[in-house]
Design a protein around this ligand. Structure first.
Ligand SMILES: [Ca+2]
Ligand SMILES: [Ca+2]
Length: 640
């Protein structure tokens, strides 16, 4: 190579390197210190990367001196179609258009008469469709983990000094801690892990729960890195297990930078100093005669009067949130979503989100939190039906009415007002099940005994370990998908928040016992754990209990008897599928129950073999069967 060519090449290379070096985000402190009217400065871009073969993204740039900047992209096949700026120049919205499908690095140049800035941005190839995105269903068993309280797998990300003694402090649980205990969950019979939100909470002293995001595009460092989260997702997938991410599009944390400096004047419903306080009157959303003021109290109020309520009716807010959901799914291969505070967000947003997700992830499923005892209310939010001209598309709500019924039935405390349950005994179950016609898909309903917002099942007044075991038998056999709150399977106790969020024994430094192992568990813990494992394994081996139809044969104050089978119209006989007969006796003495089999799903059945809790006595004669169920026992029979 001639000398002068080499000099030109090196000179060009140096210039290119120099330009490349300048294409980077600046520290936030450097931008906030930049003089007004100076050169543009950029410290953050949401989303931090995107993918080809997806709807082209809207970027939100954070910085200073961005107002009315000229924005251009260096990189083939990508153009800027639109820009928009906050009046104070702290934010720029940039809409990109990606004309081809190549993964590539871009440089986004932002220029004003005072200077310019450049930032890098990557478009990646999407994950193969087989790499996650599986969706959960009634074939699964979901386990809710409060990440900070399950297991500490990385002491390096713990707070210093330790906050283990603070009931509302950060205890140090993390993604690696969950990954370390997948054997425990797998062996218990869990197939799907639902984690509380992973968003950055900026170390907020009481924000270990994850519902007060300060940056929706970062994991909280206490939980671990995005790479740690991906490792956990991959480890779950290698076992055939699934990951469900908790998704919070209703609000951000009070400490989010937007709270004092929103990207648009109507980014939130109201402002920090002038907003509605959220009401919890979901019936106002359903009542055709409610006032708009009554409805807006739910959808536009600030949760607990402190959490800034995002304005999903603003198209840019809606697009920001939808992209954010997609970003977490594509970044991790998550299989499903749990939507927080579902009724507090307008239906139109849910419909838009669902439309995008169904296109990108056709197998992904979602469950929405509608905390209410009445199926008339909870079913209103389910997908598959239009109300007010809008179908939310939601795969399923949680079965909160069944949660209330199970508690009323087994604690013998007055049922919660506002639901269909009138009894405080076994009849409460049928009172809820009889309303299943309200749901397009009652078989999808996740059923549960409690969660991170409720007193532990075992701490309700008067509830015993025997009651907990009956509740687990119902959880494993009733229609729907069982969902377990971490620690209930080892008989953990605890009152209202924060007493219901104790550390899983054995997951944290200094623990006096290790309940992850049989040897480390107390006899009582093993009794409940082994019962739950036995039920879940039996359920997995008998698909009628997962996906079968259900017919309720007998219900009174102390007994509930039902059958699960693939097709109720097929009685016993050659070629008919399995018939799982479940009988629960909540009485303090044995019950002898006689069932008439004619014109039931058990027509033609003559043999009843006890499979679980099989000390029961059966006597089939003619078209009747008599079952004797011991005191406070649940028995599963196979009928033939
Ligand atoms: Ca930790
Ligand atoms: Ca809202």
């Amino acid at each position: 190579m001639p000398q002068y060519w080499r000099a030109i090449t090196l000179g060009w290379l140096a210039a290119a390197l120099c330009a490349a070096a300048s294409a980077q985000l600046q520290p936030e402190s450097a931008c906030t210190a930049a003089p007004a009217g100076g050169a543009p400065c950029i410290y953050q871009v949401d989303p931090p990367n995107w993918w080809t073969d997806m709807p082209s993204p809207m970027l939100l740039l954070y910085g200073r001196n961005l107002k009315d900047a000229r924005v251009a992209v260096r990189g083939e096949g990508v153009s800027v179609t639109k820009t928009q700026f906050s009046a104070n120049g702290h934010y720029a919205f940039v809409w990109l258009k990606d004309a081809d499908s190549r993964a590539r690095a871009l440089r986004i140049r932002v220029e004003t008469d005072s200077g310019s800035a450049e930032i890098p941005f990557r478009l990646e190839h999407r994950r193969p469709a087989s790499d996650g995105f599986q969706g959960f269903s009634d074939k699964d068993v979901m386990y809710l983990i409060m990440t900070d309280r399950f297991a500490d797998g990385d002491l390096a990300n713990d707070p210093h000094p330790s906050q283990l003694d603070l009931p509302r402090g950060w205890h140090g649980g993390d993604f690696r801690g969950i990954q370390k205990h997948l054997d425990y969950l797998d062996q218990l019979g869990v197939t799907t892990v639902w984690m509380t939100p992973v968003y950055d909470q900026d170390g907020g002293q009481q924000d270990y729960h994850g519902y007060s995001a300060t940056d929706m595009y970062q994991t909280d460092p206490h939980f671990g890195t995005l790479a740690d989260l991906r490792d956990l997702a991959d480890a779950l997938h290698r076992r055939g297990m699934k990951l469900v991410l908790d998704t919070v599009p209703n609000h951000v944390g009070a400490a989010h930078p937007w709270a004092t400096d929103p990207p648009m004047p109507d980014w939130f419903h109201g402002t920090r100093t002038d907003h509605l306080m959220a009401t919890y009157e979901f019936q106002n959303l359903i009542d055709p005669h409610a006032t708009w003021a009554q409805r807006l109290g739910v959808t536009e109020g600030w949760f607990a009067n402190v959490l800034p309520d995002l304005n999903q009716e603003n198209p840019e807010v809606s697009q920001y949130l939808i992209q954010n959901v997609i970003w977490w799914i594509e970044s991790t291969g998550a299989d499903g979503l749990r939507y927080d505070t579902f009724p507090y967000v307008g239906r139109a947003f849910w419909q838009s989100l669902d439309g995008e997700l169904k296109t990108l992830y056709p197998r992904l499923t979602e469950v929405g939190e509608i905390f209410h005892p009445n199926p008339v209310i909870t079913s209103f939010f389910a997908g598959g039906v239009s109300h007010g001209g809008i179908d939310t598309g939601l795969w399923t709500p949680f079965d909160f009415p069944m949660y209330f019924a199970l508690r009323a039935a087994l604690s013998h405390h007055d049922p919660v007002a506002g639901g269909p349950v009138r009894h405080d005994d076994m009849r409460a179950l049928e009172e809820v099940l009889s309303e299943d016609w309200l749901y397009p898909h009652p078989e999808r309903l996740p059923i549960f005994l409690g969660n991170h917002d409720t007193m532990r099942f075992l701490s309700q007044p008067g509830v015993t370990v025997a009651d907990l075991k009956l509740a687990f038998a119902l959880l494993a056999t009733l229609r729907g998908m069982p969902q377990i709150y971490y620690g209930d399977e080892i008989a953990m106790r605890g009152g209202d928040d924060p007493d219901n969020r104790h550390d899983f024994p054995g997951g944290f430094p200094g623990a006096t016992q290790n309940a992850f192992t049989a040897a480390g568990r107390t006899p009582e813990q093993n009794e409940v754990h082994d019962w739950v494992a036995q039920l879940l394994h039996y359920r997995r081996d008998h698909p009628a209990l997962e996906t079968g139809e259900q017919q309720d044969l007998l219900y009174d104050a102390t007994a509930f008897v039902f059958v699960r089978t693939a097709d109720l119209k097929q009685g016993c006989g050659s070629g008919s599928g399995e018939h799982e007969l479940v009988a629960v006796n909540d009485a303090g003495q044995p019950r002898t129950l006689t069932l008439d089999l004619e014109r039931t799903a058990l027509t033609g059945c003559t043999e009843f073999r006890g499979e679980i809790g099989s000390t029961a006595v059966t006597n089939a004669a003619g078209s009747q069967v008599t079952l004797t169920i011991p005191a406070k026992q649940a028995v599963i029979f196979q009928a033939q």
